[in-house]
Design a protein around this ligand. Structure first.
Ligand code: ATP
Length: 313
């Protein structure tokens, strides 16, 4: 399968702020890739670098096989880009916007344009400045999807939209998905969970993971071990075990590298006195929470210890 977006140690600094740190990301052709992360994680910076709105401090990226620093002119006929606060020619009506944009795109599909206008129930004679937030976003989507771009890049497209509008927009994306690669950012996991094929998690400018949703769901398990008698946790636990804790006879942790029998044997070796071990699949939200909490714990440990686990003097 070929690659639509590839980054190489992509890094960006704004003065003292390191917004992105050595990001190596691969987005396969046809993927619906969701870049998720809290406010300030670096999502918009990443998208602006990919769209050649910003220049990286270090590293680089390719989109549709083109060095992003050379993205210009005709390549943008193959890319649809919609940002959260999309600037639009406000004095134009929706109809005038479509008439204005059509000649720029050789691949513009009039029939698809009509279909999108119907699907979104767009008021063609109304000026863009008089549209609600949801309608504005629908107009931006319609004008970006109608030329059948090979890559659609969306920066927080659903923020502030009601669930109905959001579902309509998602549906329009899914209809394009077989022929188009979609790259979108969001700070809301629930928003992307139902339709993204790949997910990347960015925090403080660092990519904590980037993988297929199904692989991610497959490798995480919530583990509950019931012991015959209370016992402390072994001093050295595998690094893939997150948030381990023990209360009386019960040990709980999140396994982030579950490999079936091999993982089950590992638990049996460390807890030979276990009466029962439960391995539960985790919803995506719990997986992200576990990762986020682990990150915070590690950051906290790094800040409060001398780097070798000893408290800072
Ligand atoms: P949000 O979800 O709030 O939009 P984000 O994940 O898109 O956040 P960015 O907007 O990329 O994050 O910001 C990443 C970091 O870079 C933040 O610490 C932000 O304050 C900083 N930053 C972004 N733009 C600039 C700028 N022009 N000058 C200085 N710092 C900036």
């Amino acid at each position: 399968m070929s690659t639509t977006i590839q980054t190489h140690d992509l890094s960006m600094r704004y003065g003292q702020t390191e917004a992105l740190h050595e990001i190596n990301l691969t987005v396969p052709e046809g993927a619906i890739y969701a870049l998720v992360g809290p406010n300030g994680a670096g999502k918009t910076t990443m998208i602006k670098l990919l769209m050649n709105i910003l220049r990286p401090t270090v590293g680089g990226a390719e989109a549709l096989g083109v060095d992003t620093q050379r993205l210009a002119g005709e390549v943008f006929n193959r890319i649809g880009y919609v940002s959260e606060n999309q600037e639009m020619p406000d004095a134009m009506t929706v109809e005038a916007l479509m008439d204005f944009m059509r000649p720029f795109y050789p691949r513009w599909d009039r029939e698809l344009e009509r279909q999108l206008v119907r699907q979104f129930d767009l008021p063609m004679k109304r000026k863009l400045k008089h549209l609600s937030r949801g309608m504005r976003m629908k107009a931006a989507f319609a004008s970006s999807l109608a030329y059948r771009p090979e890559l659609i890049v969306l920066d927080e497209p659903f923020t502030g939209l009601d669930p109905l509008v959001r579902d309509e927009l998602i549906e329009s994306l899914l209809e394009r998905a077989p022929e188009t690669t979609i790259f979108l950012s969001s700070h809301d996991l629930a928003e992307i969970e139902s339709f993204a094929s790949h997910v990347g998690y960015l925090e403080d400018g660092r990519m904590l993971f980037s993988e297929e949703m199904t692989v991610l769901a497959g490798r995480f398990r919530e583990v509950t071990i019931t012991l015959s008698a209370p016992a402390p946790l072994p001093p050295k636990l595998p690094s893939a075990w997150l948030l381990a804790e023990t209360v009386d006879c019960v040990v709980r942790f999140v396994h982030s590298e579950y490999w079936g029998e091999a993982s089950e044997r590992e638990v049996a070796d460390l807890f030979p006195g276990a009466r029962d071990v439960e391995w539960e699949s985790m919803p995506l939200r719990s997986i992200f929470l576990a990762i986020a909490k682990t990150g915070r714990t590690q950051n906290h440990a790094a800040q409060t210890t001398a780097g070798d686990g000893r408290p800072k003097a």
